[in-house]
Design a protein around this ligand. Structure first.
Ligand code: BGC
Length: 866
């Protein structure tokens, strides 16, 4: 009988403390071919609920339209009607709860410590409030946030649900509070303690490790609300009656550098907190919480030089927790690193700008109390697989544990095939997604921890095959919006990091800033939720105006005449044409970025600073086309037409300036992939360029030559243009630069660069946990296993076997339900089994060209290999 499963509110499961008044309710269909209608029934704790009535549609979502007041708890259930119009049973009840929706709901006042308004690394602030209750409690909620990172303790127990709260945000624009159910933590005499550290607010951020970007004084804002059985409500809110102590064990903490912890310290709580202010009213967090996940026990390794190194077997983002008993005053040090240098521990690879003297220590320094000391060092997180332990004579590995920390997104995609190395690479990508989805999508968890837009843009599709990213990206797109400049320029990193001079000029970079359009578009297509368009409309609209203005600005980036690039840039100016107004020539742009060694001739720094009209024209065409489609979908026709003009104009400019006699004159794979992937060429030219691309890949011995932007495109482009053999050889190539070369060298996460070590085995100055090259994994789902979303409730199943693969299977708990596709080839006979979720249909295209339309359920078919 038909029923609803995977019920979500605002893409979250039973969220507590949201502030969206009309959230999206969504579900999947089980045990039916079709849903012909749905009915939603809701109940509110204090008033009659909203019901949708019977709505005749196959859409598996609706907008909640009931009451929405602070603290309301809404329970909801769904009843679906199948293909014969017969209703199923009501689903089980789900719920969502509102947080505090207005400023009047807060009694809390911002508080801070005494004398803590300093540009200095200070001890964590500890706040305490004791209180007594007499009546019996119906429910209790804690609403809390901080400028900094906070944790709450009630009666000696950690209040669970989040770590590194309140997460990473553009603090001067938006600050989230978390809601905790603490009903069962209360007793008659209570004591609530908050610890506040520096975090993203005050500590090091970005590539250059600037500090105090948002402020120098950490602060706390919290309110405990106890609803008694008799219906009365009591609030315990931060104010100057809270006690404060700056003499606790956390002496220093920084998100990148780590922790200095003195276990001998006893809290005195000898003073009262001071009241302060902060201009941003906290908003409810509608995002997945950052949580602790997998745990890894290490093995102990003695390096050739005698160092004691713990190997956790997996590169990850998180922290090392441990217990240790030593002498009082004994000092120990634990440093986290990603790789070894010829068997010795190193963190050298983190520092890209040694000349600027910026450290990233990833280190716990601890003074022992003499008792058994337990430390979960959760005021920072590191990117690591190894930990160097110093100050303990004989390290006992069983006393240590690595805890992976990342946003609580559900991992939904799996891929296996007969090439074990590909499977391992997929696993590397999953781990790089885990390590870099820590409230914002970061480039890497050690060096920068930055919300780089370009990285997120190239990875969003793969990310969404591998996990349910909807709520995560909804939150981060707000950060992108918050960082948008007055003139519509989209920053390269969101939340913002300090950038000056050339680094600032790079903001708004093509392919990076385009994330403002590409990410909402991709999510809209994959989730069918037009909220991705409407929520981000303002951001995209302003971005569009900015790019149009930039295209009109023909001043280029002004180098002085003495600059070696001056002549070069003058030469690269586009020749006059009626279409130049559709191409951005101004500004500095990353371009393809990070193409493997040997691809870019000459100095790669020069390449970086060179103008990028080719990339700019291509992305003008592409992003304007995506925006046009989104705008039509939400009824903004006039604006859509402007996008169409720019998209078409840029295409003409591209063909005029960069296609010569039906050819593209370049050996660089990116230059050949891009125009095909972004739809810039006519059929004949595309054929020629695809052939050239194929020839170039063969010439390079199937080694990757694309950088950041084109890596997700290269295999689909080759495959769709008749070169799937080349695509698979490239995928399966195990020589550097190649995806599987990382696996060959023992990678457990994806590397930033395809070559990780120099000829003497020394690690390069780069990250070993960068998901962007893992963007190739979407190919495994969309082409190898052949699962693509074609529209609401609709898939394309078109497996494309190739290479050495004799079988492949992808399974995906997709936005529309569970889908899988698994093929095998034996004695030239191919067999395919696949599952289409309830209420969905699929176009099936088999490798021999057979096509058919299929409905929900499990299917089996065969074909003869040619
Ligand atoms: C980051 C990248 C980022 C790039 C911009 C690097 O430092 O780690 O992932 O996209 O800068 O080119």
């Amino acid at each position: 009988m038909i029923h609803a499963i995977k019920m979500r509110c605002a893409h979250l499961k039973n969220p507590m403390g949201i502030d969206e008044r009309n959230p999206l309710l969504s579900w999947n269909v089980k045990d039916a071919k079709k849903q012909t209608a749905y009915e939603i029934y809701t109940q509110c704790n204090h008033s009659p609920g909203w019901t949708s009535g019977i709505v005749y549609t196959s859409a598996m979502h609706c907008i909640y339209q009931g009451v929405a007041e602070s603290r309301d708890i809404i329970t909801w259930k769904a009843r679906l009607y199948d293909e014969n119009g017969i209703p199923g049973e009501w689903s089980q009840e789900e719920s969502f709860e509102y947080g505090l929706l207005t400023a009047d709901d807060w009694d809390a006042i911002w508080i801070c410590g005494i004398g803590t308004d300093k540009e200095e690394r200070l001890p964590a602030d500890y706040y305490r409030k004791e209180f007594h209750i007499e009546k019996s409690v119906r429910k209790a909620r804690l609403y809390a946030t901080a400028c900094g990172i906070y944790e709450a303790w009630m009666n000696g127990k950690r209040v669970e649900g989040y770590v590194l709260a309140p997460g990473c945000t553009q603090y001067d624009k938006r600050l989230y509070y978390q809601t905790y159910d603490v009903t069962h933590m209360l007793s008659s005499d209570n004591d609530i303690v908050f610890v506040v550290g520096d975090g993203w607010y005050k500590g090091k951020l970005g590539c250059d490790g600037e500090e105090y970007l948002f402020g120098k004084q950490t602060k706390l804002f919290a309110q405990l609300e106890i609803t008694y059985e008799d219906g009365t409500l009591e609030r315990i809110a931060t104010n100057q009656t809270f006690r404060w102590s700056g003499d606790g064990p956390v002496r220093e903490n920084d998100l990148k550098d780590g922790l200095y912890y003195d276990a001998r310290k006893q809290l005195s709580f000898g003073a009262y907190a001071e009241e302060t202010t902060y201009p941003v009213l906290p908003a409810a967090s509608n995002a997945p919480a950052i949580r602790e996940h997998e745990r890894f026990r290490p093995s102990l390794y003695r390096s050739p030089g005698g160092a004691q190194i713990l190997d956790f077997g997996q590169n990850l983002a998180g922290y090392v927790a441990f217990h240790v008993k030593g002498r009082q005053g004994q000092q120990i040090r634990i440093t986290m690193g990603e790789t070894l240098d010829n068997g010795e521990f190193t963190t050298e690879n983190f520092t890209t700008l040694p000349e600027r003297g910026k450290s990233i220590n990833q280190m716990i320094e601890m003074v022992l109390s003499g008792q058994e000391d337990v430390l979960i060092p959760n005021f920072f997180y590191s990117g690591f697989r190894y930990a160097l332990v110093e100050g303990i004579e004989q390290v006992k590995p069983e006393d240590f544990e690595a805890i992976a920390v990342y946003s609580d997104i559900k991992f939904t995609g799996n891929f296996f095939c007969s090439n074990e190395k590909i499977n391992r690479f997929v696993n590397c990508t999953i781990w790089s997604e885990k390590s870099n989805f820590v409230d914002i999508p970061t480039d890497c968890p050690q060096r920068e921890k930055g919300g780089w837009t370009g990285d997120a843009q190239v990875f969003v599709k793969t990310a969404t095959y591998l996990a349910d990213t909807a709520a995560f990206f909804r939150k981060w797109m707000k950060d992108v919006y918050d960082c948008q400049r007055e003139d519509g320029r989209v920053d390269n990193v969101a939340p913002k990091v300090e950038s000056v001079g050339t680094a600032d000029a790079m903001n708004g970079s093509t392919g990076w800033a385009d994330a403002a359009v590409i990410i909402p578009y991709t999510l809209w297509k994959m989730y069918g939720d037009s909220g991705f368009i409407t929520d981000n409309y303002e951001l995209m609209h302003r971005w569009k105006d900015y790019v149009i203005n930039q295209a009109a600005d023909k001043s280029m980036y002004q180098w002085s005449k003495e600059h070696p690039l001056y002549q070069f840039c003058e030469k690269e100016k586009l020749l006059p044409s009626p279409y130049n107004k559709y191409v951005v020539e101004a500004g500095l742009h990353w371009g393809e970025w990070a193409e493997p060694e040997g691809v870019v001739k000459g100095d790669s720094m020069m390449e970086l600073l060179r103008p990028k009209p080719e990339e700019n024209a291509a992305y003008m065409h592409y992003s304007m086309r995506l925006l046009e489609e989104m705008l039509y979908a939400v009824g903004k026709e006039e604006e859509a037409q402007t996008c169409s003009e720019y998209s078409e104009g840029a295409k003409k400019a591209y063909n005029l300036h960069f296609v010569k006699n039906g050819e593209i004159i370049s050996e660089r794979q990116a230059k050949l992939v891009r125009p095909i992937a972004l739809g810039l060429l006519d059929q004949n030219t595309q054929k020629k360029v695809a052939k050239k691309l194929n020839d170039e890949v063969v010439k390079r011995d199937y080694k990757i030559g694309t950088g950041f932007l084109s890596t997700p495109f290269i295999l689909p482009v080759l495959t769709e243009n008749g070169y799937s053999d080349t695509a698979y050889r490239m995928l399966e190539n195990t020589k550097e630069p190649g995806w599987l070369a990382m696996v060959e060298q023992g990678a457990t996460t994806v590397w930033e660069h395809y070559n990780g070590y120099d000829e003497n085995g020394h690690p390069l100055k780069s990250s070993y946990n960068h998901y962007s090259p893992g963007a190739v994994c979407s190919f495994l789902f969309s082409h190898t296993a052949g699962i693509q979303v074609m529209g609401e409730n609709r898939f394309l199943i078109q497996p494309i076997p190739g290479g050495t693969l004799t079988y492949a299977k992808a399974s995906w708990n997709s936005p529309y339900g569970y889908v899988d596709s698994s093929w095998k080839i034996e004695d030239r006979k191919g067999t395919l089994r696949f599952t289409i979720p309830g209420n969905c249909t699929a176009n099936l295209v088999l490798p021999d060209g057979q096509e058919m339309e299929v409905g929900a359920g499990e299917h089996y078919c065969e074909w003869e290999e040619l």
